[in-house]
Write a protein that binds this ligand. Structure first.
Ligand SMILES: C[S@@+](CC[C@H](N)C(=O)[O-])C[C@H]1O[C@@H](n2cnc3c(N)ncnc32)[C@H](O)[C@@H]1O
Length: 208
């Protein structure tokens, strides 16, 4: 059969048509700008994404990394194979078929390297960010972490992943990241201001 059944996901279809999240950063242009600001300000040595899915954000990272190598992981075999095929030949991108927690532990990046993490491996009731953050904070010395689908305090209109108490992407459940050593900032769709970039550069252990 030459065609593909309607409504089915298949690696035979054009990858661009199958990105149900609407491309890079779920189609959120402001977040692309925030990332570009951060890259310029911080000159990252490495970029790590959890949750490759179709590889749209991985591709954007690879094309806008400032020379840094990009690593991304995906636990679903189907999504991994799809992204691998779509992104083959990109020299500064490595894809791994791994659970995000194992991926962070095995990341072949010096622990002193300036590393940007994009945590996006949450999916239905799979919520690994607590353990991902715990590993990053314990293992890495200089990092910026961006978390997708996180609650913005005092902004009830901003959607976030909420599967009930203890299973929310929220400071209410992840309060351990509020420490004197970590700087937590909520960007609400605004670009980084000079003051914020200054804070990022001086803290270098940031959850954005
Ligand atoms: C929201 S999508 C990622 C979207 C992608 N980052 C992008 O911007 O295009 C979440 C992906 O994470 C994967 N995933 C879920 N749990 C995971 C885990 N524990 N480790 C690695 N990948 C996981 C899912 O299979 C899914 O493909």
């Amino acid at each position: 059969m030459n065609g593909v059944a309607r409504g089915r996901c298949s690696v035979a279809e054009p990858p661009e048509l199958l990105d149900s999240f609407g491309a890079t950063f779920n189609g959120q242009c402001f977040r692309q700008l925030i990332y570009l600001d951060l890259t310029l300000a911080c000159n990252f040595d490495a970029i790590a994404e959890t949750g490759t899915f179709r590889g749209s954000t991985s591709l954007f990272f690879a094309q806008n990394s400032g020379g840094a190598h990009v690593y991304s992981c995906e636990s679903s075999g189907r999504n991994f194979e799809f992204a691998k095929r779509r992104l083959r030949g990109i020299q500064n991108l490595s894809l791994s078929k791994l659970d995000s927690r194992e991926f962070i532990q095995r990341l072949d990046v010096p622990r002193q390297a300036r590393t940007f993490f994009y945590l996006d491996a949450h999916w239905e009731e799979s919520l690994p960010p607590r353990e991902e953050l715990d590993l990053i904070i314990r293992e890495f010395k200089q990092f910026v972490v961006m978390i997708d689908d996180f609650e913005i305090p005092n902004d009830p209109g901003y959607g976030f992943d909420d599967y009930g108490p203890g299973k929310r992407l929220s400071l209410r459940d992840l309060s351990f990241i509020v420490t004197t050593e970590l700087h937590v900032t909520f960007l609400r769709g605004l670009r980084f201001k000079n003051r914020d970039i200054g804070e990022v550069q001086s803290f270098w252990r940031v959850v954005a």
